[in-house]
Design a protein around this ligand. Structure first.
Ligand SMILES: C[S@@+](CC[C@H](N)C(=O)[O-])C[C@H]1O[C@@H](n2cnc3c(N)ncnc32)[C@H](O)[C@@H]1O
Length: 285
């Protein structure tokens, strides 16, 4: 394992990066998303694929759900970039590697990745060590969402123009944050330039998860708690839509995980399909 800078990355961010790589390695093509850069950044021990949470069969639904949400966000960013939106903000970016694995789109964007300060210094060091570097178009913004301060000021200090539209993505993050923090984030984005879009994933309460997926959800909840990153917030789609509308978004839509499953996995012969439990809010200013 590579020696790490102080503030090693969040284990949840590592896990989803490894799942994205597992998809390329264990699932037959076509790949919903092809991202092995996150694995390089993570630099796990050689036997990483033998970890119980990487079991190809037992965790296939989570792996598929993670690549589905990442692909959906990427499709949105590509579409918005085509319409001239030139700012992309990743909230709780973890080991997001859009800037590295989609360089042709990234070249037309200024990308802002927001995550905890320790995580950001670790990631900056890894990007440099691996030769990717941190180009001018990629800004790593250190913020703890729970620290009480607005992330808009550090974002603006990093070069974000609040007067121009942007795409915001928050995937796999809202479950770790209080509802007050997420509501504040929604209000902040809703008040930004017209033509901005937010894609935010959220975990459903257990009773809204398909029966077959409940044991998996329970296991991942236990795993999250024991690794010190408990899931603290679950939302019904109605609650999330209400929060977005109260925040002031012009339009707010609920995209069920099953819609992403149909969009990206319907034609597969291998039966790979995302587990239920995480849905998406798509909101525009
Ligand atoms: C499961 S990872 C998701 C990473 C990435 N969005 C993805 O989908 O691959 C959750 C990320 O949220 C970040 N996060 C959690 N709580 C945070 C907080 N209070 N402030 C800033 N970042 C936070 C973690 O550091 C981690 O990188």
């Amino acid at each position: 394992m590579t020696e790490r800078a102080a503030g090693a990355p969040d284990s949840t961010a590592m896990r989803v990066a490894l799942w994205r790589a597992m998809h390329v390695r264990v699932d037959p093509p076509p790949h919903v998303l092809a991202d092995e850069v996150g694995l390089r950044l993570a630099g796990p021990d050689d036997d990483w694929h033998s970890r119980p949470d990487m079991d190809p069969q037992a965790t296939s639904g989570f792996r598929a759900a993670v690549v589905a949400r990442a692909r959906c966000v990427e499709d949105l960013v590509v579409e918005q970039a085509r319409h001239g939106v030139a700012q992309y903000v990743v909230l709780g970016s973890g080991l997001d590697t859009f800037a590295q694995h989609r360089p042709e789109v990234a070249a037309r964007l200024r990308i802002f990745e927001i995550d905890r300060p320790g995580h950001q210094s670790w990631k900056r060091q890894r990007l440099i060590e691996l030769g990717y570097g941190v180009p001018d178009g990629l800004r790593l913004v250190p913020v703890d969402f729970e620290a009480g301060d607005s992330w808009l000021e550090p974002l603006t200090d990093a070069g974000f123009d609040p007067g121009r539209p942007a795409v915001f993505a928050s995937s796999g993050v809202s479950m770790y944050l209080t509802k007050e923090t997420t509501a504040a984030t929604l209000r902040r984005i809703a008040g930004l330039a017209a033509g901005s879009t937010l894609a935010m994933t959220f975990l459903l309460p257990a009773e809204r998860v398909e029966d077959a997926d409940r044991p998996g959800l329970r296991d991942s909840e236990e795993g999250a708690r024991s690794s010190g990153t408990p899931f603290i917030s679950f939302y019904t789609p109605e609650e999330m839509l209400a929060l977005a509308r109260e925040a002031g978004f012009q339009d707010a839509r609920h995209v069920p995980g099953s819609a992403l499953a149909d969009r990206y996995f319907a034609a597969r012969a291998d039966g790979l399909r995302p587990s239920s439990g995480e849905d998406l809010l798509l909101a525009t200013t």
